[in-house]
Write a protein that binds this ligand. Structure first.
Ligand code: SF4
Ligand code: SF4
Length: 93
């Protein structure tokens, strides 16, 4: 079966460089930058095209700055923003 293709966008200016998304990506698609954002943090960047849109990175990001897209879907499949309290996330494929 063909692998599902995904893509992420990252609001790098709000990234704190915690590295969680890098560690939780099963495809090794993310790395921290060597450059710093204006707040002085390295930020996560997509470094190859192996992303499957699994959503792990978006779900672990404490800053909710990652949006996940999956090929064939018009809308993002995972977008968390302005989280101020505990939430429950339901994911449909
Ligand atoms: S959606 Fe999954 S495969 Fe894609 S970058 Fe995030 S953790 Fe990695
Ligand atoms: S988990 Fe979020 S805040 Fe942490 S490095 Fe990744 S994008 Fe940045």
């Amino acid at each position: 079966m063909a692998k599902i293709k995904g893509h992420v966008t990252i609001r790098t200016e709000n990234c704190k460089g915690c590295d969680l998304c890098v560690h939780e990506c099963p495809q090794d698609s993310l790395q921290l930058s060597t450059a710093l954002n204006t707040s002085g943090y390295p930020y996560a960047v997509l470094v190859n095209d192996t992303c499957t849109g699994c959503t792990n990175c978006a779900l672990v990001c404490p800053e909710a700055v990652i949006t996940v897209f999956r090929e064939g879907k018009k809308k993002p499949i995972a977008i968390l923003s302005h989280v101020t309290e505990n939430i429950t996330v339901d994911i449909t494929s």
